[in-house]
Ligand binder design. Structure first.
Ligand code: HEC
Length: 133
């Protein structure tokens, strides 16, 4: 009896471990797909002004490490006063607002108006920005 319950629990535990591994794998492949879609959107809509070279600020500041960064704080980039004084942190919520209507979020910003209101496209871009480290 004791042996059987041991086998039973071993089975249960390996099943749980197995399904967790499956879920984790699924999660990473979904994220990878989102990142790829975000990269495509970025190339199309952001890269003209934002370099992916961490040492380089183009017309816009480098976005390497931007997720979680306080707005307007990269050294060697000359931000608008509006951006420096915005007191924003680039968390997911603010990035959504920014790409949906940057001029509304930070009136007086120097970034040309963008209007990416599709939440799915926003999520893709955010997933891509997260990978820029
Ligand atoms: C036409 C050029 C241009 C395009 C296109 C553009 N940006 Fe910008 N971006 C700028 C400029 C210029 C600034 C600095 C704004 C300021 O100082 O007011 C900026 C600032 C930012 C910041 C704030 C960075 C910081 O260090 O505080 C983020 C985030 C950002 N852009 C994201 C994006 C994303 C995402 C896209 C594409 C959807 C995009 N930008 C498209 C020019 C652009």
């Amino acid at each position: 009896m004791k042996n059987r319950s041991l086998i039973y629990w071993t089975l249960v535990i390996s099943l749980i471990t197995f399904s967790q591994a499956l879920l984790a794998e699924q999660d990473t492949s979904i994220r990878a797909a989102m990142r790829a879609a975000g990269e495509a959107a970025f190339m199309h809509r952001c890269k003209a002004c934002h370099s992916l070279d961490p040492a380089k600020n183009a017309f816009g500041p480098s976005l390497i490490g931007v997720v979680g960064r306080p707005a307007g704080t990269l050294p060697r980039y000359s931000y608008s006063k509006a951006m420096v004084n915005s007191n924003l942190v680039w968390n997911e919520e603010n990035i959504r607002k920014w790409v949906a209507d940057n001029v509304k979020l930070v009136p007086g910003t120097r970034m040309r108006h963008v209007a990416i209101t599709d939440e799915t496209e926003q999520s893709f871009i955010i997933e891509f920005l997260r990978s820029l480290k």
